[in-house]
Ligand binder design. Structure first.
Ligand code: ATP
Ligand code: MG
Length: 352
């Protein structure tokens, strides 16, 4: 069976390097495979669950995220990029699925736990926020998704989706299977599954202000790279340095290729050699940071330039998003009909 691919991002800011390695790179690779359908959802309604008092931020970032996708290589002829709120069937599905999940199950979700802490929601949890994994299950199941390219923080959400699916099947026993069982699709490179933020504390995230954005300008990228957390005990160049927890090396693990060494740092053949020198002592942070800066500038310059070009025609992109949302809505509607049939909610059949 060919894959039905669905993934998405919350329009809470521009896309950053974490999105790029965690999910966007895989999406670009997957769009060149022989898939059945490919959707990317801009999750505005989900973003409102922790930004309900900042609607403008969510609204204005829809176009930013859409432009980021296209500038980073998503092909709009192959992939349907749509807006979650424009597919109302998803919310009707969510209502039915909410009955199949307990509050304690949601409170045990490790990503939710971490996000509650970050957002200071621990004492007073908005119901919408706590239940967003159920709404996300609806997003995934509505399109009969088989594959979800995501970062590691989304694994509990995909797991939750499979539980909702099982519970639906056990409860309503549809005659024919309605949904496919979705699998998460992670980057093979471990560090890319959860790219840490510049501060070295938590994952790179729009909400944490610790990100390098795909559209950052040259100067900002350099400033951010130079500010990245390294080894606080590596004070003099001659000191031995630690690689573990060192964000500059984490980013090199994610982005450095042998060709970069040939081009920008020919004294070393590869990252292992550079790490060995750093561990031994005699290699300063500035040299390593300037190397990383070269790599990131080379990666991000074409993405930034493409975005500047796209900004001239935002109406075309909005129109595309609205048209795509209508198409997505038809697909979700068909699935919803199947669900309601299985649940016995086909009231029209009461008419004699
Ligand atoms: P927010 O702070 O608003 O939650 P975010 O930066 O976490 O934003 P999301 O829109 O929640 O971004 O995530 C979209 C996708 O990007 C998900 O698949 C998520 O796993 C992935 N992703 C986000 N941050 C990272 C990261 N640091 N490393 C790898 N993947 C990431
Ligand atoms: Mg997030």
């Amino acid at each position: 069976m060919k894959e039905i691919i669905l993934t998405g991002d919350r329009p809470t800011g521009n896309l950053h390097l974490g999105h790029y390695v965690g999910s966007v790179q895989n999406r670009v690779a997957l769009q060149n495979t022989d898939f059945d359908k490919f959707y990317i959802m801009i999750a505005d309604t989900q973003a409102l669950t922790d930004n309900f008092n900042n609607v403008d931020k969510v609204k204005n970032n829809i176009i930013q995220v859409a432009m980021d996708y296209i500038s980073a290589g998503i092909d709009i002829n192959k992939v349907n990029i749509f807006i979650q709120s424009q597919v109302p069937e998803l919310f009707e599905m969510t209502s039915y699925f909410l009955n199949l999940v307990t509050v304690s199950r949601l409170q045990r979700n490790p990503t939710i736990k971490e996000e509650l802490k970050q957002r200071d929601f621990v004492k007073s949890i908005p119901v919408g926020f706590l239940t967003y994994p159920v709404s996300q299950a609806a997003d995934i199941l509505a399109f009969k998704t088989t594959l979800v390219p995501v970062g590691e923080d989304q694994l509990p959400m995909v797991e939750q989706t499979r539980e909702v699916l099982q519970s639906f099947n056990n409860t309503y026993k549809p005659q024919n299977p309605i949904f496919n069982t979705p699998k998460a699709f992670l980057n093979e490179n471990k560090i890319c599954q959860r790219l840490p933020g510049l501060d070295g504390k938590i994952k790179m995230s729009k909400s944490a202000g610790n990100a390098i954005y795909l559209c950052d300008d040259e100067k900002t990228i350099k400033e951010k790279v130079m500010s990245a957390y390294t080894d606080p005990d590596h004070i003099r160049v001659s000191d031995p340095g630690k690689i573990e927890g060192n964000i500059v090396f984490a980013y090199l693990d994610a982005f450095a290729k042998e060709e970069h060494f040939k081009k920008y740092l020919p004294d070393y053949r590869n990252l292992d050699e550079l790490k060995a020198h750093y561990r031994k002592g005699g290699l300063g942070d500035v040299k390593v940071k300037l190397f990383l800066n070269n790599i990131l500038q080379e990666l991000l310059a074409p993405i930034r330039e493409k975005k500047l070009e796209l900004e001239k025609n935002v109406n075309d992109i909005y129109n595309l998003l609205f048209e795509n949302s209508l198409k997505a809505s038809l697909v979700a509607k068909a699935t919803l009909e199947e669900m309601k049939e299985a649940m016995g909610l086909n009231y029209l059949k009461l008419l004699k």
